[in-house]
Design a protein around this ligand. Structure first.
Ligand code: SF4
Length: 295
């Protein structure tokens, strides 16, 4: 899922890394400068999760007001259920492989709390199994390849070279006005790439905001630069797994866009300002607050 293909690796080495070195990032937009403008959050007593800052499903941001001021109930749907299950499959399968734990899909299924998932097991499990098997196969193939080239490497070293990923790494975003309990999808610690996984989604420019946000948080906590980000699109089309990646440089422009989104959304919550509804035809019927706005 997070492994780069040969072409993506070329793009990284020949284009993105040289661009990052040549263009660079302004020092005031590095996460470690969280204590001064523009990164310093204006409101100290409001913290938001990353998805709230980066999501642009609602054209007027009323979803932020409803979710964090009114505390309205979200109505979950099949797409959200699929996203939740496949995020779980990807993170649990990779972690089980890295830690050399049980890789049985059946045993993983026993842990699913179906009451929290708005879909039937028979709708989701065949897809989940397919993604699980795909990941196991790809990790094993990588492992065998690395082992054949480094016969004297220890088991730990082989695993670190094969799957060099921090998965669901827990990190605090408080320095940047975010929740203290963030969990990032994946960070490749050999190539310093911040990944974000999107399930059953078509690319949108704003999807780049989440990995850029996590890069800023990583910089604020660990004080190391994260210049490259990637959105991974995992789609199931006619029963087939399709994985596409949007690999990019976390430029000043994207960082500034993230700061604008954060500031506007923190203000809605801190000032308890209802931004109102946009034209009805701009609202998606599968919006989790559609029943609140038009019920
Ligand atoms: S129904 Fe429309 S206005 Fe209401 S939260 Fe959803 S997208 Fe926003």
């Amino acid at each position: 899922m997070y492994f780069l293909s040969e072409l993506e690796h070329k793009l990284l080495v020949r284009k993105l890394l040289p661009m990052a070195r040549e263009v660079g990032v302004s020092s005031d937009l590095r996460g470690w400068n969280w204590h001064q403008p523009p990164l310093k959050p204006y409101y100290d007593d409001v913290k938001l999760p990353m998805y709230a800052v980066c999501s642009k499903y609602c054209p007027s941001d009323r979803d932020i007001y409803l979710g964090f001021v009114e505390k309205a109930r979200r109505k979950l749907n099949y797409k959200i259920a699929l996203g939740k299950i496949l995020h779980g499959v990807v993170s649990d399968c990779l972690q089980a492989f890295i830690q050399r734990r049980d890789l049985s899909f059946e045993r993983w299924c026993e842990k699913i709390r179906w009451k929290e998932i708005p879909a039937k097991p028979e709708e989701l499990l065949p897809i989940a199994r397919k993604v699980w098997n795909y990941l196991v196969k790809i990790c094993e193939a990588r492992y065998i390849d690395v082992k054949s080239r480094q016969p004297y490497a220890s088991e730990w070293d082989l695993m670190a070279s094969t799957v060099p990923f921090l998965i669901e790494h827990k990190i605090s975003g408080e320095l940047l006005g975010l929740s203290g309990l963030l969990s990032l999808d994946c960070y490749d610690y050999l190539r310093c790439i911040m990944f974000d996984l999107k399930v059953q989604a078509e690319p949108e420019p704003w999807h780049r905001l989440a990995p850029v946000g996590y890069a800023l948080v990583f910089e604020s906590v660990h004080e190391i630069p994260v210049d490259i980000c990637c959105v991974v699109y995992l789609n199931i089309l006619n029963g087939k797994i399709v994985v596409k990646k949007d690999l990019f440089f976390a430029s000043d422009e994207l960082r500034s866009w993230w700061v604008e989104e954060r500031d506007r959304k923190l203000e809605i919550v801190a000032e308890r300002k209802d931004p109102g509804k946009p034209e009805r035809n701009l609202c998606r019927k599968d919006c989790v607050f559609y029943h609140v706005c038009y019920g």
